[in-house]
Design a protein around this ligand. Structure first.
Ligand SMILES: Nc1ncnc2c1ncn2[C@@H]1O[C@H](COP(=O)(O)OP(=O)(O)OP(=O)(O)O)[C@@H](O)[C@H]1O
Ligand SMILES: Nc1nc2c(ncn2[C@@H]2O[C@H](COP(=O)(O)O)[C@@H](O)[C@H]2O)c(=O)[nH]1
Length: 429
């Protein structure tokens, strides 16, 4: 079996990477490998640090690596449009990977590129550069410019985020606090941005990121938000970073957002569980809001008025935003239903602990390897020196079960080792 037909998209270190670019069409800028290797500016603000990789997707060539901005120690992206002969500086969304000792690129399904970072731990080695996913297309329309988006690959099946919505005062925050108190290592709260003033006990960066409207509007324009909405006269929004921070802690993300926000998240096609919490009655809702003593009478009136619209929208069958509607009448009862729904009631927890899957192996990606793509698997073969150290010389990056995309992490990545000799794999370089 020939596992190692070379990948056209990969450039090993020391080679003249850019020289391999097909820039024969149109008026491509002078873009010489020599200049790049000496670190000379090339008219594109792109300087080589010996780590660029290029990959062709349709009529575009993506040059990934190095950075055009010395202040951000992260991987840069440049696009060469072969039909117009022009270089484009795309808007790059999402958290970028940090520069590594080189990387290789593998095209997946024409909509995203798998970037494998050399010399990193396997938990940080796989990143996806999305070039034409639904999210990227939508952002391209909104921002009116070329867009690419980074999404880090997360090993294993991290659970879907949970979106909790419901009228103000229904008890969303109370239920979320109970969940986070009982399961502190399981859940992480997505800290939203808001332009409303902090309440007495609220801390910046914990309950919200309190911000100015003009700053938030600029950040919305820059594509930093997964969703945002005008709620009860203030601007609220979930930044992409807020969700990524939770995923990076290995926790399941909980979003407390209004119905408009839930609809926006639903529209992005992000895989999440959407739960609407409804009050037993509008009278009870008013009682809770008044007892909380955090809003003026006028603000309470506004929130109650909006509550009616939110409940109508949530219970409408089409478009159906929510997967579940829970009534928060007796708090403990509602909390028990929420836990059951999330598979956290006693019976489900015992069943899960009995069938617990062992933690993924800790492996390091070598700096010297060759790789090949077979279907949904990228096979990485360690070379010489590293081969001697490694008991298993093949690392398999299996993308067949990946779920999700930018904004946020791409889950379900399976990375494991294999021994080519023991497994009888015929390796041809
Ligand atoms: N089932 C319940 N019965 C009675 N009071 C409740 C119940 N659930 C929550 N409360 C109380 O109602 C008030 C509002 O709850 P909470 O602040 O959690 O609402 P919320 O939905 O998060 O509101 P907002 O959207 O404005 O942030 C709080 O004082 C809380 O203690
Ligand atoms: N669309 C969004 N809605 C949000 C977000 N964060 C909070 N909210 C919702 O706003 C109201 C009011 O909250 P309060 O703290 O002022 O009482 C409530 O319904 C929240 O769910 C967000 O990031 N996006």
């Amino acid at each position: 079996m020939d596992l190692f037909s070379p990948l056209s998209s990969c450039f090993d270190q020391g080679e003249s990477r850019i020289a391999r670019l097909d820039i024969s069409m149109g008026e491509a800028p002078a873009f010489f490998a020599d200049d790049l290797q000496k670190g000379f500016p090339n008219g594109l603000d792109l300087k080589s640090n010996g780590c660029e990789t290029s990959i062709v997707v349709g009529n575009r060539t993506y040059v990934i690596g190095g950075t055009s901005d010395k202040s951000t120690l992260s991987v840069g992206v440049q696009v060469y449009d072969r039909s117009s002969g022009e270089w484009i500086n795309p808007t790059v969304l999402g958290t970028k990977p940090k520069p590594s000792k080189g990387h290789s690129a593998v095209l997946l399904n024409e909509d995203r590129i798998l970037i494998i970072n050399k010399g990193t731990t396997l938990d940080d080695c796989a990143w996806f550069l999305e070039v034409d996913t639904q999210y990227v297309r939508k952002q391209r329309k909104i921002l009116g410019s070329e867009v690419v988006a980074w999404s880090k690959g997360v090993r294993g099946n991290a659970e879907k985020p949970i979106v909790i919505s419901g009228p103000s005062g229904v008890g969303k925050g109370t239920l979320i606090s109970m969940l986070m108190k009982e399961f502190p290592s399981m859940f992480g709260f997505s800290v939203s941005h808001t332009t409303r003033a902090p309440r007495a006990m609220e801390k910046d960066g914990v309950h919200y990121h309190f911000t100015e409207r003009s700053v938030m509007e600029k950040e919305i324009k820059d594509g930093k938000f997964l969703e945002f909405a005008e709620v009860h006269g203030n601007l609220y929004g979930t930044s992409v970073e807020a969700v990524e921070v939770v995923a990076d802690e290995g926790k399941r993300c909980i979003l407390d957002i209004d119905v408009q926000g839930a609809k926006s998240v639903r529209d992005t096609k992000i895989e999440a569980i959407f739960i609407f919490i409804k009050p037993p009655s509008v009278e009870q809702l008013e009682k809770r809001l008044r007892a909380r003593k955090t809003e003026t009478d006028e603000q309470i009136e506004k929130r109650l008025k909006n509550a009616k619209g939110e409940m109508e929208q949530a219970e409408a069958q089409s478009p159906c935003i929510f997967d579940h509607i829970l009534e928060n009448d007796i708090l403990d009862k509602c909390y028990a239903s929420l836990k059951k729904l999330l598979g956290l009631d006693d019976e489900s927890v015992i069943a899960a602990s009995e069938s617990k899957i062992s933690a993924p192996e800790v492996i390091y990606l070598p700096t010297d390897y060759s790789e090949s793509k077979i279907g949904d698997k990228v096979i990485i073969r360690c070379r010489n020196a590293e081969l001697e150290k490694a008991s298993k010389d093949l690392i398999v990056v299996d993308v067949s079960s990946i779920k999700g995309s930018a904004p946020g992490r791409t889950r379900g990545l399976n990375i494991y080792t294999m021994d080519s000799f023991l497994d009888g794999v015929d390796v041809i370089n």
